[in-house]
Design a protein around this ligand. Structure first.
Ligand SMILES: C[S@@+](CC[C@H](N)C(=O)[O-])C[C@H]1O[C@@H](n2cnc3c(N)ncnc32)[C@H](O)[C@@H]1O
Length: 296
C-alpha cells in the first residue's frame, strides 16, 4: 500500500475535532505539552489545544480510552515508551510535496551546483554532500535527488549523497519505501516520472515507486534536530531544513540554525521554508535568495 497522504496543515483540518469529541482539561494539556516539548522541542501554545484533541483522539480510540486524563496518566507513567512515540508522531505536521517551493530547486540547479562544480579542483575529489533535515515522507529528498542526478548526468565522476532525517518514524518508513499515489507525484514532470519511478499496479489502480538507482543515493534515518551532536563528519555543501522551524520558539530556532550552520562547509547553503525568513538577522549567514542563506 502506498502511504497515506501526509496530514494537511490547513486550519480547518488541523483544528476539527473528530466525532466522539474528547474533553482535554488544562491540566492534561499541560502534561501532554510538557511531554511533547521534552521529546521533540516543539512548544505547544494554548492555541494548539484543539489541534492536540484532533490529532490524539484517534490514539484514545485505538487504546479504548474514554478520556484524556487516562491518556495523560499513561504517557507520564514512563511505562509506555511506544505510546509516547505514537503520540509525537501524531503531533508533528508532515505536509510535504515533490518540488515544494520550486524556486529552491531552480536556485540549486542554476546557482548552487554550478558554484560547487566551479569550486572543485579539476584533479581533486568531486564530492557533494547534502541533508534534507525534517524530510517527512521523502518527497523533498527525492526531489533533491532528481535535481542532482539530472545536473550531474552529463558530468561524470561526481560522488554525491543525500542524508534525509526526520523525527517521525511513520514518515521515515514511508520515505524509505518510496511508494507514492498518483496524486502525490502530480508535481513531478512526466519526463522525471518516467526516468525515476516504476509504475506499479496497486489495489486496482497505480502507484509510483522510486527506482533503486535514485533510492540508493539517499540515506533515511531518525534524527531529532533539538539534539546536540549533528550527524555529520563531512561538512555539507547544502542543507534543506524547510517548514520545520515553524514548530520551535525563538531561542530553539536560533540554536537549531546555529547547529545547521556549523554543519555546513564554508560557502555552503541553507534553505529554509517560505515563512522562516527571520534568519536574515543571523550574523553567521548571508541571505542570497528568497529564504536561501550562505555561510561566508
Ligand atoms: C511540515 S514537514 C516539512 C517537510 C519538508 N521539509 C517540506 O518542506 O516539504 C515538517 C517535518 O519536520 C519534522 N520535525 C518536527 N520536529 C522535528 C525535530 N525536532 N527533529 C526532526 N524533525 C522534526 C516533522 O516530523 C515533519 O515531518
Amino acid at each position: 500500500m502506498p502511504p497515506d497522504p501526509p496530514r494537511r496543515e490547513t486550519a480547518q483540518a488541523a483544528t476539527r475535532p473528530l466525532a466522539g469529541i474528547h474533553q482535554l482539561s488544562d491540566k492534561d494539556f499541560a502534561t501532554i505539552s510538557r511531554l511533547v516539548e521534552a521529546q521533540t522541542g516543539i512548544h505547544l501554545s494554548q492555541s494548539k489545544k484543539d489541534l492536540v484533541i484532533s490529532r490524539l483522539s484517534r490514539r484514545l480510540r485505538a487504546l479504548g480510552m474514554r478520556d484524556f486524563s487516562q491518556y495523560a496518566d499513561l504517557l507520564s507513567s514512563g511505562r509506555a515508551p511506544q505510546e509516547l512515540l505514537e503520540m509525537t508522531n501524531q503531533i508533528t505536521t508532515n505536509k510535504t510535496d515533490f518540488f515544494r517551493e520550486p524556486h529552491h530547486f531552480e536556485f540549486l540547479r542554476a546557482q548552487v551546483l554550478p558554484a560547487v562544480e566551479a569550486g572543485t579542483p579539476a584533479h581533486g575529489p568531486k564530492r557533494l554532500r547534502a541533508w534534507s533535515a525534517g524530510c517527512s515522507s521523502g518527497e523533498e529528498a527525492y526531489s533533491l535527488g532528481m535535481t542532482l542526478s539530472e545536473y550531474w548526468a552529463g558530468r561524470p565522476g561526481w560522488d554525491w549523497k543525500i542524508l534525509a532525517t526526520d523525527l517521525d518514524t511513520n514518515m521515515l518508513r514511508a520515505a524509505s519505501r518510496g511508494l507514492y499515489r498518483p496524486e502525490q507525484v502530480a508535481k513531478v514532470s512526466r519526463n522525471l516520472l518516467l526516468k525515476y519511478f516504476l509504475r506499479r499496479r496497486q489495489d486496482g489502480g497505480y502507484a509510483y515507486e522510486v527506482k533503486p538507482s535514485l533510492r540508493r543515493m539517499i540515506t533515511f534515518g531518525k534524527f531529532n534536530l533539538i539534539h546536540a551532536g549533528y550527524p555529520h563528519r563531512t561538512p555539507l555543501d547544502f542543507v534543506f531544513c524547510r517548514n520545520v522551524l515553524i514548530y520551535f520558539d525563538g531561542a530553539q530556532k536560533q540554536a537549531i540554525i546555529d547547529k545547521l550552520t556549523t554543519s555546513l562547509r564554508p560557502g555552503g547553503w541553507l534553505f529554509l521554508g517560505h515563512s522562516e525568513s527571520m534568519l536574515a538577522t543571523n550574523r553567521r549567514l548571508v541571505c542570497v535568495g528568497p529564504t536561501v542563506y550562505r555561510r561566508p
